[in-house]
Write a new protein. Structure first.
Length: 78
């Protein structure tokens, strides 16, 4: 699981400002059967997605970072 805080951004809420791997978001969309959106996300998202800076892109694909993290937590038994 690769989730990290953005260490360069001092002005945002530390509980919500984090980086996600693009693959985690793509896997999340595919797990919901949203394969077309996953394909578009693969083409449009950066390799590391900043949940604050890239919020507009995440919203475009209907992705809530908390849901992605929840799915990751369930995958690891958390």
């Amino acid at each position: 699981m690769s989730v990290s805080r953005n260490p360069h951004d001092k002005d945002h809420d530390k509980d919500t400002d984090m980086l996600l791997d693009k693959e985690q978001i793509i896997d999340f969309l595919r797990s919901l059967g949203r394969n077309d959106e996953a394909t578009r996300a693969d083409a449009e998202l950066p390799d590391k997605v900043d949940t604050d800076k890239d919020r507009g892109l995440l919203e475009k694909f209907g992705v809530d970072p908390k849901e992605v993290l929840g799915q990751l937590g369930r995958s690891f038994g958390l």
